[in-house]
Write a protein that binds this ligand. Structure first.
Ligand code: URA
Length: 285
């Protein structure tokens, strides 16, 4: 193996490490050793009683070659971070104009009102069958989904597929999406502002897909779609009414597969919910 090959492999491993750790925003062109820098705390403001005392001497900055501007946080279109209400209003007006799911996906690809778009690699719109009568709604894409551009592709997606298979379903019989279509950096939860900005999109997506049943996976999806403030362990296993105009769709709350991966004993509760779902699909619940 050549040296160049080794170096490339090391750099790729390093980038993978950063991505896994949630570092996905470059603030500057080269790294800074902050420990080696002089304490940047400004000299105290002199009060009248201090004027006789000499002002503290500030040490000169060490010579680091070409001076660089302090790193600035990138700002992404003032509408997103400065005025989430305006961005949500804009999202609502634009989503209303979408006549099809394809229109909605195209709109999302050009919508700049949500800051998450600028840290994500891809838009994660949906997977599965948009004509299915069942729709799963999760929280937000993770790293695998962000890379691939489809929801529930990683370990929780594989578990979701197994849960579906246990009641005779697969992605040809269900439509799968999230309340937020861009990955929050480092897999953090989306903020209430980000959810509010994206809410008109998921609402329009539900309206256009027009399922008979929705399954809310986990607390953020349940709270966003049903309005309940209950935690997921209380909310799960129940149907909530989800209104679309004159129509009422039933929304079942259940545990998120990512939670089940961490708490495998709770799978028995999810199994109860999925049996309820099967009965509902069969017109028995
Ligand atoms: N978790 C979610 O809520 N959605 C995904 O798409 C993947 C993981």
């Amino acid at each position: 193996m050549t040296e160049a090959h080794d170096e490339r492999r090391d750099l790729t491993a390093c980038l993978d490490f950063y991505t896994e750790a949630g570092v996905d925003l470059a603030l500057d062109e080269r790294p800074h050793d902050r420990f080696a820098e002089v304490d940047p705390i400004p000299a105290p403001r002199l009060e009248r009683r201090d004027v006789e005392r000499p002002a503290p001497q500030r040490q000169p900055l060490p010579d680091r070659g070409t001076p660089v501007d302090p790193p600035r946080q990138q700002t992404f279109g003032r509408s997103a971070s400065a005025m989430p209400e305006a961005a949500a209003g804009d999202a609502r007006a634009k989503a209303k104009d979408c006549a099809t799911l394809a229109d909605l996906e195209a709109l999302l690809a050009t919508f700049d009102g949500c800051p998450l778009k600028f840290t994500a690699k891809n838009l994660v719109f949906a997977d599965g069958n948009p004509a299915a009568k069942l729709m799963f709604v999760g929280e937000a894409p993770g790293a695998d989904e962000d890379r691939i551009g489809k929801p529930f592709m990683g370990r929780s997606g594989q578990l979701l597929d197994r849960m579906m298979a246990a009641i005779g379903l697969d992605r040809t019989r269900a439509y799968v999406t999230n309340i937020v279509p861009w990955r929050p950096p480092g897999n953090r939860n989306p903020t209430p502002q980000e959810v509010a900005i994206c809410r008109p999109f998921i609402e329009r997506q539900i309206e256009l897909a027009d399922p008979d049943l929705i399954v809310c996976l986990g607390s953020p999806a349940t709270q966003a779609l049903t309005g309940t403030k209950d935690g997921i362990l209380k909310a799960r296993g129940r149907f909530y009414p989800y209104r679309v105009g004159q129509r009422e769709i039933r929304a079942l709350a259940t545990l998120h597969p990512a939670y089940l991966l961490r708490q495998p004993l709770q799978k028995r509760l999810a199994w109860r919910d999925f049996r309820l779902l099967r009965n509902a699909l069969d017109g028995k619940a």
